[in-house]
Design a protein around this ligand. Sequence first.
Ligand code: ADP
Ligand code: MG
Length: 254
Amino acid sequence: MTQNSAQGASAPMIDIRQISKWYGDFQVLTDCSTQIARGEVVVVCGPSGSGKSTLIKCVNALEPFQKGDVVVDGTSIADPKTNLPKLRARVGMVFQHFELFPHLTVTDNLTLAQIKVLGRSKAEAREKGLLYLDRVGLSMHKEKFPGQLSGGQQQRVAIARALAMDPIAMLFDEPTSALDPEMVGEVLDVMVKLAEEGMTMMVVTHEMGFARKVSHRVVFMDAGRVVEDCPTPQFFSTSEQRSERAAHFLAKIL
Ligand code: ADP
Ligand code: MG
């Protein structure tokens, strides 16, 4: 997997610097910071409403924030001179509800943004799209519409679509939480492979098995704050000192 990089190898790929965000009077994020190195896999977890989706959307500028900065591969989101659509095109995002275009075939879903955003030719986009469709094991479904696929298959198409853009990092917001249990594994398998290939990944998930096995670090959020940010073994180690909220969360979920 090619990862185009503007910065030296040691600079973080994603640098979230003390961001705060308000929806009107409601402060949804307070002073959130974390750094994600190249090739690092970071799981973000925490109770519902703690700000996980909001934080991850700030990383590719889908949500504005009022204080702090997010620097992605050396590009500052807070800098008014930054071309945000260009930056967004370089960071892959996978959502809970797939968000495929229902009226387009799988192939057209895979090629649309490559053509419109990256200016690739139809042939080039098709070749690239089908390559990634093959990687997620769905080549035989290329002419189908999303509605003809299972939830797990749709999510794998959504991942292939994001990868076809040659992203420098991938963001996942609860990619398996809308799936029937029997389909969770096939999506996680694709994500595990991606992690093994060295993709930089920020993953909001409650799949603690994935977090434990695949992630390098866990960020725990509560009430809009990063409460814990530590290496994965430490997060799961019962002997470590940890916040009461994280202990409570883990006790409920494990
Ligand atoms: P999580 O993903 O951890 O469940 P979210 O980031 O979705 O949390 O939401 C964090 C908080 O912000 C919640 O209290 C939610 O109700 C609130 N919120 C989310 N989106 C909006 C919005 N567009 N306008 C106002 N409040 C919002
Ligand atoms: Mg969420």
